[in-house]
Design a protein around this ligand. Structure first.
Ligand SMILES: *Cc1c(COP(=O)(O)O)cnc(C)c1O
Length: 370
């Protein structure tokens, strides 16, 4: 067998739905020599990361940590731990990721009531209220930033309804986290998961999560074992939060180094400044794209600053232009997912990829190509 050549990837400019560009300091941290995952020095690193997860989620929740797997595993962690066979759940679907939550909840044996909105629109709180009146759900799950459609979902009104009905609120914040305001304690979120490769600008493969005391009480009162050994919080929490760190699995040490540095960058910048930067660069991109004939899919009031869903102008071969952007300009933008495939683009301005330079490079390339 001949050996494959040395790794030699192109220097892409990442402006899709994630991963986003990574700061050189994060790449450098990843190249730090390994220590053992139970080494006291690594335990300190885990504690430091946990503190920074709490700060960025704006929560005091004790059970706040990082799942050693991507955002979808964070989604699964929330649902498999809180749902048991026979439970009822209300799941809001306004894009691909609400659909994925439904699939997981059904695999947990839960009976799911779906609350749906047309793709490109937020969920109407009134419909959640109606679903809560008809069923007795243990939890309501909703996506804060729907990456498939570019919609930012307001959460506070829905959170109030959910708690009045005695249910838990589960939130997908994979794309909004560290790019738009997100207040876990103030907004009454009981279980939340995110990812590292979007506005946090760390490599993919980890999922920050947090659980309220209300969620912990539900977990403690389970009648059945959590069906996933790896994601079972009653086991994982002894590793992340136990007085004595018990071996559960081997932590991805290098990825944790990278994540720690990415969090340092976020907190050096400050959350408010970071949110404002995402907004500013979104405005800059909006002006440029509209002048080229792109139209935003989502109503202005609900637009995500970090994920711009735009309709490709009529007569433009979107696949061909995206291919040329990648091959000739090294720029990655996202195509449409599901029912929007071939119709929209999803231009990401996430974390390190949210800069005026990214916006200008893309607009210049598009002016050449179109
Ligand atoms: C990216 C994303 C996920 C899944 O995260 P992975 O890291 O790809 O598993 C879940 N929800 C939303 C809203 C996302 O954007």
């Amino acid at each position: 067998m001949s050996t494959v050549g040395e790794l030699n990837t192109s220097n892409r400019i990442l402006m899709g739905p994630g991963p986003s560009d990574v700061h050189p300091r994060v790449l450098k941290a990843m190249a730090t020599p390994l220590v053992g995952h139970l080494d006291p020095e690594f335990v300190t690193i885990m504690d430091e990361i946990k503190t920074m997860v709490q700060a960025t989620f704006q929560t005091q929740n004790h059970l706040t940590f990082v799942v050693s797997a991507p955002g979808s595993a964070g989604m699964e962690t929330c649902l498999v731990n809180l749902l048991e066979p026979g439970d009822e759940a209300v799941i809001c679907i306004h894009g691909v990721f609400g659909g994925r939550m439904t699939d997981i909840a059904e695999r947990c044996g839960a009976t799911v009531t779906k609350v749906e909105a047309p793709w490109g629109e937020p969920i109407d709180p009134q419909q959640v209220k109606e679903a809560l009146a008809k069923t007795k759900p243990k939890l309501v799950a909703i996506v804060h930033a729907e990456t498939s459609t570019g919609v930012l979902q307001p959460l506070e009104e829905i959170s109030e309804m959910v708690h009045e009905a005695g249910a838990l609120l589960v939130v997908d914040a994979v794309t909004s986290y560290c790019g738009a305001d997100l207040r876990v304690d103030e907004w009454g979120i009981d279980a939340i998961y995110s990812g590292t490769q979007k506005c946090l600008s760390a490599p993919p493969g980890l999922s920050p999560v947090s659980f309220s005391d209300r969620a912990l009480a539900v977990l403690d009162n389970r009648k059945t074992k959590v069906q996933s050994w790896f994601l079972d919080l009653s086991l994982v929490k002894n590793y992340w939060a136990g007085a004595k760190r018990a071996y559960h699995h081997t932590a991805p040490v290098s990825a944790m180094y990278a994540l720690r540095e990415a969090y340092r960058l976020v907190l050096e910048e400050g959350l408010e400044n970071r949110f404002a930067r995402h907004k500013r660069n979104h405005e800059l991109l909006k002006k440029g794209l509209e002048s080229l004939g792109f139209e935003f899919l989502v109503d202005e009031a609900y637009r995500l600053p970090m994920l711009n869903a735009v309709k490709v102008p009529a007569g433009v071969d979107e696949g061909a232009i995206r291919k040329r952007l990648l091959e000739e300009y090294n720029i990655e933008v996202g195509g449409g997912l599901g029912k929007f495939a071939g119709k929209i683009w999803r231009v990401g301005l996430m974390g390190e990829s949210s800069t005026p330079n990214h916006v200008n490079v893309l607009l210049s390339a598009l002016r050449d190509l179109m």
